[in-house]
Design a protein around this ligand. Structure first.
Ligand SMILES: Cc1ncc(CO)c(N)n1
Length: 231
């Protein structure tokens, strides 16, 4: 029998394939993505990662075992420091200080994804929280792996997409995503059928937010009017 994670992935397969074939993702892969779209994405992703970091810290607080707490503490650090360093370094190359990234206002799409994650963490159980965070880790691991395998674009200082791909194709990021899947497998096995149905719904909803996020950057979606930065 396939793993519970594989079952979740199969249930959302259409949304995942739509991500791989989205023009934003393809454009990163072949180096043709217009830089203004990528810059929009980096700024919104920074805002998103603040909420994602909060979600991981809540996962750490809620984890039933000490070993799982430790892993979520490490994962929180990996996102808030290592992954966000990538964004800060892109911004620095464009002459944009980190403080500007922090004062960026969320678009409706960024806000909707962050709200969904934190709502799930607030009101759902621990397994639902993990189902919500999984498409983020696993989706980027899969996109990074596929784009790296297809042969990343030539290094180009004006379009730094090879560096983006290398970050997510990196064995360390791949290992973090694999650990999240293994945790989901254990939690899924411990649930009854109704619980597993809820996890499938959460995973599918999170996957749709991932797809919407690429599309919002592609469309250069404007910030929502009344957004504050950092939450
Ligand atoms: C929207 C989004 N999903 C997943 C990741 C991977 O951490 C990211 N940086 N941004």
């Amino acid at each position: 029998m396939s793993s519970f994670s594989a079952e979740l992935r199969a249930g959302a397969a259409d949304v995942w394939e739509a991500q791989h074939s989205h023009p934003f993702v393809r454009g990163i892969g072949d180096g043709t993505l217009a830089l203004d779209r990528f810059r929009h994405y980096v700024r919104q992703d920074y805002v998103y990662l603040v909420d994602y970091g909060r979600l991981l810290a809540l996962a750490c607080a809620r984890a039933p075992e000490l070993e799982t707490m430790r892993r979520f503490a490490e994962l929180t650090q990996a996102i808030l420091v290592t992954e966000m360093d990538l964004h800060r370094s892109f911004a620095a190359d464009w002459g944009v200080p980190a403080a500007d990234l922090e004062s960026e206002r969320a678009t409706p799409t960024t806000r909707a994804y962050g709200d969904f994650l934190l709502r799930t963490a607030a009101l759902g159980d621990f397994a639902e929280l993990v189902a919500a965070l999984l498409p983020c880790m696993w989706g980027y691991a899969e996109v990074g792996e596929r784009l790296a395998a297809a042969g990343p674009p030539e290094p180009d200082p004006a379009r730094p997409y090879a560096r983006w791909i290398a970050t997510y194709a990196d064995p360390e990021f791949q290992a973090l995503a694999a650990w999240c899947r293994e945790l989901m497998d254990r939690l899924g096995a411990a649930c009854d059928d109704a619980g597993r149905a809820r996890l499938r719904a959460v995973f599918a909803e999170s996957s749709r937010h991932e797809l919407a996020f690429w599309d919002a950057a592609w469309r250069l979606e404007p910030a929502a009017r009344d957004q504050r930065s950092l939450g």
